[in-house]
Ligand binder design. Structure first.
Ligand code: PEP
Ligand code: MG
Length: 604
């Protein structure tokens, strides 16, 4: 395979328009910016003309009406599907929306400062934030979070793109620019086709990055203050491989990047041609390459890239894109379709992993000082037994589906930390099985697994093995917890590195312990899909990998170029190195020798 991709040398005037961030999802796109939450941009523009002030006040009133209609609809839906208590939050938001003091403040600001409604909302939010910053009262602090929500909703209705649709941007590829791309933005963006992502915060394993990778969207995170330099409609280039963003590119750089974009797409197509070849190493050792998916919409990509099954279904997106907790029937239908449509009808369904950077308002989850160390995943699910059991019951029933070949369904529990949790989880599954039996509802066999993503569980892994049917290593979280470096914070992304001596030693311990006791083990963190991560894991003895579908052809290509003995030698040497830098360099050199074709697709 002839690969002509060379990093683009950026020189001269281009330097001035260049911003550097963290490369999180490879690929190149030339398009126009769509800024989310323009409310948080410094909206200081020229003062409006007298006649425009009136128009702006009317636009604000219309946005208030639309936001009120949203909130009423949400209240009705949540009240009927979950309960009046959970729906109360939308009444509270409506009360803020109609609060005369708030409305007058915004209107007054538009009229007095002759500024846009967006800018006025920003000023008002700033004013309240300063005021509330002095309070120690948690209740009042929560009211600020509610106010922020209301303002963001209003801002959405005032935004040009939401009003006019993406067509307003001339049908060009859309590059989303945001402070942080939250999973809930997936809802907001609706049908807009997103071709690139740039965020101010977020690291390589933030959920924005994972979302981007799973859809093959080039993305750069950690570009400080980008929202101050770009506005919706501006031309922009994203180079997700080098971690570069080019603002207002000149025609020469646009042409150069368009060429790179074409080459990149061509390379991906070339690699995807191996989709029907078996996944095995150069000496014929079979491997399992599975897909991480966030919903049914990711299955065509999993199929097209040659995944052998779904190794991780992150069900939180089903909850996040739903106005309330999905009913048992809704979940059952979703899991059934997932099993029916997944490659070889093989699916690992992970129970709700909420908290950390993903919140669901209707579960009463509120901001915590240390959300990643707090009320997250099964810790939260245990406190909502009615919802938790609903999910487990839905999975058990979905597993009864008849397919050819027979379905293989696995239930996966995230964030398991101590043995007692695993015992409690098994008891919960047994209770659900008994309930279904008593109700005469069909259910199928499921294997029960734990995600190992907390260092305590990794170190103590042997104590868990008789309680689980298999182990799935969640390296994204495991790395952040081992390195005490937030996976979403670009300031510490140099520490949140899977190729660090400490991480490799823990992974080695985990893989070795599972293999020795004959317990199936897989890894479903992002490192499985990076050439360097994959090579090291293969060398440590791992044979099952789950990754964003876009990376499967690449990993298959690398696997076919290396023998198990070569990989083992690389891993053994890497485990002796003392710094992450040495490891990264050494493994990159090895890949250059073994399979130079794939190095271009590794993000720096
Ligand atoms: C992980 O932590 O490695 C993982 C796969 O789960 P998530 O990225 O959804 O936290
Ligand atoms: Mg995780």
């Amino acid at each position: 395979m002839e690969l002509a991709l060379e990093p683009l040398r950026v020189q001269g005037s281009l330097q001035r328009m260049l911003r550097r961030g963290v490369a999180v999802s490879p690929g190149v796109v030339v398009g126009v910016a769509y800024c989310i939450h323009e409310i948080f941009v410094d909206a200081s523009g020229k003062p409006l003309r007298g006649e425009d002030v009136h128009r702006e006040l009317e636009a604000f009133d219309r946005a208030v009406e639309k936001a009120a209609a949203d909130l009423r609809a949400l209240h009705a839906k949540v009240a009927s599907q979950v309960g009046p208590r959970e729906a109360e939050i939308f009444h509270a938001h409506e009360a803020i929306l109609h609060d005369p003091a708030f409305l007058n403040k915004v209107r007054d600001c538009i009229a007095r400062h002759r500024c846009t409604a967006q800018a006025a909302l920003q000023r008002v939010l700033k004013e309240y934030t300063t005021l509330f910053a002095r309070t120690k009262d948690d209740f009042l602090k929560e009211r600020l979070a509610d106010l922020r929500d209301v303002i963001v909703r209003l801002s959405g209705h005032l935004s040009r793109v939401i009003k006019e649709g993406p067509g307003a941007l001339g049908g060009e590829p859309l590059v989303v620019v945001a402070d942080e791309l939250l999973p809930s933005h997936v809802i907001t963006l609706g049908d807009c086709e997103v071709s690139g992502i740039v965020t101010q915060s977020g690291g390589p394993t933030s959920h924005a990055a994972i979302l981007a990778r799973s859809r093959g969207i080039p993305a750069v995170t950690g570009v400080r203050d980008i929202l101050r330099q770009v506005k919706t409609g501006d031309r922009i280039i994203v180079d997700g491989r080098e971690g570069l963003v080019v603002l207002a590119p000149d025609p020469e750089s646009e042409a150069a990047y368009r060429k790179l974009q074409r080459e990149f797409v061509h390379l991906q197509h070339q690699l995807a041609e191996n989709r029907d070849q078996p996944a095995k190493t150069a000496d014929g050792t079979p491997l399992e390459l599975l897909a991480n998916v966030n919903g049914l919409g990711d299955l065509p990509a999993a199929e097209a890239m040659g995944a052998q099954g779904v190794g991780l279904y992150r069900t939180e997106y089903l909850f996040l894109t739903h106005p309330s907790v999905p009913s048992e029937e809704e979940q059952l239908e979703n899991y059934r379709r997932m099993i029916l449509q997944a490659p070889q009808h093989r699916v690992t369904i992970r129970t709700l992993d909420i908290g950390g950077d993903k919140t669901i308002p209707y579960l009463g989850h509120r901001g915590e000082a240390n959300p990643f160390l707090g009320w997250r995943s099964i810790r939260l699910s245990f406190e909502h037994p009615e919802f938790f059991q609903r999910q487990i019951r839905a999975v058990l029933q979905a597993a009864a589906i008849q397919t050819t070949p027979p379905a293989r369904v696995q239930l996966l529990f995230p964030m398991v930390t101590i043995v007692e949790e695993m015992q409690r989880l098994r008891a919960l599954v047994r209770r659900c099985q008994r309930q279904l039996q008593a109700e005469g509802k069909p259910q199928g066999p499921v294997q029960i697994g734990m995600m190992v993503e907390v260092p305590a569980a990794a170190i103590n892994i042997d104590a868990f093995l008789n309680l689980v049917d298999y182990v799935s290593i969640g390296s994204n979280d495991l790395v952040q917890y081992l390195m005490a470096a937030d996976r979403d914070n670009p300031k510490v992304s140099h520490l949140c590195q899977p190729l660090s001596p400490a991480v490799l030693r823990v992974l080695h311990h985990l893989i070795r312990t599972c293999l020795r006791s004959g317990k199936p083990v897989t890894l479903c963190g992002e490192m499985a899909g990076s050439p360097r991560g994959f090579l090291l894991l293969l060398g440590m003895g791992l044979r099952s990998f789950s990754m964003s579908p876009a990376f499967i052809p690449l990993v298959k290509k690398l696997a076919s170029s290396v023998t198990v003995a070569q990989a083992a030698q690389v891993a053994q040497h890497a485990l002796e190195l003392r710094t992450a830098r040495q490891i990264r360099r050494f493994v990159a050199q090895q890949i250059h020798q073994l399979c130079p074709d794939v190095e271009i697709l590794d993000v720096e």
